[in-house]
Ligand binder design. Structure first.
Ligand SMILES: Nc1nc2c(ncn2[C@@H]2O[C@H](COP(=O)(O)OP(=O)(O)O)[C@@H](O)[C@H]2O)c(=O)[nH]1
Ligand SMILES: [Mg+2]
Ligand SMILES: [Zn+2]
Length: 349
């Protein structure tokens, strides 16, 4: 195995990816990181600079942050297994899942210290991040517009004793200093959060450059406008990479029971002490979860949200499975019809 060069490592190349490459591939292919999605092309970064290659129907679903192998002419060879992957159910009733980003080390949950502040929403993002396999950091923005931010910070901290919670003014260089530990060389960060919370502002502060368009907030409803459209991985001066995302209005969880359970590990632990192993924590005798709510050890809001997110992900997982099954059946049908038409052509020809 060859040693990691500085620039590949800078792009986020880890032994995890190196291990997936055969000796033959090592000689005949080039690793490339997907840094942007254009209309019908993917932009990749390699040790020898960036270039684009076209997306074809035979390719697997590829997203920003993915590692791919290219042949010597720059053609797609294969997608490498992901170390982490962010997915969500697409907006609307259609049961399809969308990949948001891959191979991300840290996700900043960006939430402003105004009307946007919402513990339920933070728990939703935590579930997504735990499921993806990344480390969450809660970044509370607009500290300068908040009279007393500490109570908010403490509320977020109740979601997990080990959770990093940082309050910043995203417009100030101090925000950059506070977030630098997660932005070192070879690390990849994604910014998640509602529109108008300051993700693009933070990105610019981290880049020390006004690269991302930001929106002035409408004072009346504390909501920003959608200004970030494309998604691309940007290089930070420190060597890390950052992905700004547009606000996702409807962040539906999909098939991520493990993410929800990890986010609510405290409830899972309490549930171990319930008298019945299948306790639903409603009115069963000997319910340790209900007892914790009554003694104020557990926030009732948290229990309610835990139930809601579990239900939602189960529902979405089921509709997605149904969709996958019907896609598969449709695929088989097409294959059969196509096969028959080929046979017919042969027969008539
Ligand atoms: N005062 C103040 N304004 C902020 C802060 N963070 C963001 N903003 C403003 O909030 C608006 C929305 O920010 P933007 O970065 O576009 O949000 P995004 O939709 O999450 O990318 C912009 O006008 C920013 O200048 C902050 O910490 N303090
Ligand atoms: Mg933005
Ligand atoms: Zn119980």
């Amino acid at each position: 195995m060859n040693t990691l060069t500085g620039s590949l490592a800078d792009l986020g190349w880890h032994p995890y990816f190196q291990q997936q490459i055969s000796l033959e591939e090592l000689e005949n292919t080039v690793p490339a990181r997907v840094v942007a999605q254009h209309r019908s092309e993917l932009e990749v970064a390699t040790e020898n600079g960036n270039h684009n290659f076209p997306v074809t129907p035979s390719m697997p679903q590829i997203t920003v942050g993915d590692w791919v192998l290219l042949d010597t002419t720059g053609g797609f060879v294969r997608l490498l297994d992901r170390q982490s992957c962010f997915r969500r159910k697409t907006a609307g009733s259609q049961s399809t899942e969308q990949l948001i980003a891959a191979n991300v080390d840290t996700a900043f949950i960006v939430c402003s210290l105004n009307e946007d502040f919402n513990l339920n929403r933070i728990e939703r993002y935590l579930s997504l991040i735990h499921d993806a396999g990344a480390e969450p950091v809660v970044v509370l923005t607009k500290k300068d517009l908040c009279d007393d931010y500490e109570p908010y910070q403490q509320q977020v901290q109740t979601l997990g004793p080990l959770l990093s919670v940082i309050a910043v003014n995203a417009l100030e260089p101090a925000a950059r200093a506070a977030l630098l530990p997660w932005c070192q060389s070879g690390r990849t960060v994604v910014l998640l959060g509602s529109s108008g919370t300051g993700k693009s502002t933070l990105t610019n502060t981290l880049l020390q450059e006004q690269k991302q368009a930001t929106a002035a907030i409408r004072e009346d409803d504390a909501k920003g406008r959608h200004t970030t459209t494309g998604r691309s991985l940007l290089h930070l001066p420190e060597g890390g990479m950052v992905l700004d995302t547009p606000g996702m209005r409807e962040l539906q969880l999909v098939d991520m029971q493990s993410g929800v359970l990890a986010t609510f590990a405290d409830i899972e632990e309490l549930a171990q002490q319930c008298r019945f192993t299948d306790c639903q924590h409603h009115n069963e005798p000997g319910c340790a979860v209900k007892a914790a709510v009554e003694s104020d050890e557990l926030d009732e809001r948290r229990l309610t949200n835990y139930r809601k997110l579990l239900r939602e992900q189960a529902l979405n997982a089921a509709s997605l499975a149904e969709r996958r099954a019907s896609d598969k059946a449709l695929g088989k049908f097409y294959k059969r019809v196509m096969g028959e038409s080929v046979k017919n052509k042969r027969g008539s020809g």
